[in-house]
Ligand binder design. Structure first.
Ligand code: CP
Ligand code: NVA
Length: 310
C-alpha cells in the first residue's frame, strides 16, 4: 500500500503516469471506478481549493467523502493520531489530511491501513506541485528544458516544487530573504534526485538572478497558515520578493506566472501581473481537481478502470 506524503513517494515514471492519467481524466471526468468508496478529509487549517477539489473529485469518480473540519475531531487532543487512524481506516478507503505539523500526517500514515494523502502540511504540498507541473506541461512547457523560478518563502509549496523539479530533471531557482531558505533535508533530497534525474538547484537572495531565463515564475503568500504572529516582520522582510512587471521582464517573454492561491495582491504579486495574459493561476486551481483524481485512482489501484469515450 502506498501513501502520498511527500513528492519522492512517487518515482519519475509514476509521476509521468499520473500526468497522463490526469489528462485522460480531464477529458473523461465522470467515472464509476470509486462506486461504494469513501474518503475521509481531515482539516486542521482552512481551505477553498483543496477541500472543494477533493470532494468534487470523489463525487465525479462515483464515490463519496466526509469532511472532518478543524476543531471537529481535535486530532491529537480529543484522541491520539494513532487512534483516529485506526478508527477511520475501518470505515473509509482513503484518507486525506491537512495538518499543522508534518509529523501528524506521517503518524496517520504509519497507523492507517488505507492510503493517506498529504493535503498540505508545514513541510510539503505535493498535490499542489503535481497540479502545477501538469499545468505547465499543458501550456506546452517541455520538462527536459524547463526552469521554474520561485520568489518567496522556502517552505511547504516551495519544497514540493523543488522536489518535483528534481523528479522531472528540471531546473529550479529560489530567491528568498536570508533565513527563509528551504529545510536542509529538502535541499539535500533535491540535490540527490537531481544527480540521478538531471536539473539544477539555485538558492539565492536576489530575485533578478532567480528569474533570469525562467519558463515559469511562481510565488506563494509571505505569511503561511499558522505563521500569523510573524506577519508584521515577514511583510517587511519579504518586500523585495514581490513579482511585478519589472521583475518578470528578466524571465523568458512567454514565461508562465504561477501562484498556488490564495493570493494577496499587492504583497507577493501585483494585481497587474496576476491578471496578466501570462498568468495561469486559475488553470492551476482547476487542475487540482483532475490531478488529485488521478492520484486517488493510482493509490487505490483503480487507474486501469477508467472509461474513455471515443
Ligand atoms: N492552494 C491551496 O491549497 O488552496 P486552499 O488552501 O484554498 O486549499
Ligand atoms: N504556504 C501556504 C500555502 C497555502 C496553499 C500556507 O501554508 O498557508
Amino acid at each position: 500500500m502506498k501513501d502520498l506524503i511527500h513528492i519522492p513517494d512517487f518515482t519519475p515514471d509514476e509521476i509521468r503516469n499520473i500526468m497522463r492519467l490526469s489528462h485522460t481524466i480531464k477529458k473523461n471526468p465522470f467515472q464509476t471506478a470509486l462506486k461504494n468508496h469513501t474518503m475521509a478529509m481531515i482539516f486542521e487549517k482552512p481551505s477553498l481549493r483543496t477541500r472543494a477539489t477533493f470532494e468534487i473529485g470523489m463525487v465525479q469518480l462515483g464515490g463519496y467523502s466526509i469532511y472532518l473540519q478543524p476543531g471537529d475531531i481535535k486530532l491529537g487532543q480529543r484522541e491520539t493520531v494513532a487512534d483516529v487512524a485506526r478508527n477511520l481506516d475501518r470505515w473509509v478507503d482513503i484518507i486525506m489530511a491537512r495538518t499543522f505539523p508534518h509529523d501528524t500526517i506521517v503518524e496517520l500514515a504509519h497507523w492507517s491501513k488505507v492510503p493517506v494523502i498529504n493535503a498540505l502540511s508545514d513541510w510539503e504540498h505535493p498535490c499542489q506541485a503535481l497540479a502545477d507541473f501538469f499545468t505547465a506541461i499543458e501550456h506546452g512547457k517541455d520538462m527536459k528544458n524547463f526552469k521554474m523560478a520561485f520568489i518567496g518563502d522556502g517552505n511547504n509549496v516551495c519544497h514540493s516544487l523543488m522536489l518535483l523539479s528534481a523528479q522531472f530533471g528540471a531546473d529550479f531557482a529560489l530567491a528568498c530573504p536570508p533565513g527563509y531558505e528551504p529545510e536542509k533535508k529538502i535541499i539535500e533530497q533535491t540535490q540527490t534526485l537531481m544527480s540521478k534525474n538531471g536539473g539544477t538547484l539555485t538558492v539565492t537572495h536576489h530575485p533578478d538572478e532567480a528569474v533570469e531565463n525562467a519558463d515559469a515564475v511562481y510565488t506563494d503568500v509571505w505569511v503561511s497558515m499558522g505563521q500569523e504572529n510573524e506577519s508584521i516582520d515577514r511583510k517587511k522582510l519579504f518586500q523585495p520578493y514581490k513579482i511585478n512587471t519589472q521583475l518578470l521582464k528578466n524571465a523568458k517573454p512567454d514565461a508562465l506566472v504561477m501562484h498556488c492561491l490564495p493570493a494577496h495582491r499587492g504583497e507577493e504579486i501585483t494585481n497587474e501581473v496576476i491578471e496578466s495574459k501570462q498568468s495561469v493561476v486559475f488553470d492551476q486551481a482547476e487542475n487540482r481537481l483532475h490531478v488529485q483524481k488521478a492520484i486517488i485512482l493510482t493509490l487505490l489501484h483503480k487507474d486501469t478502470q477508467i472509461h474513455v469515450s471515443k
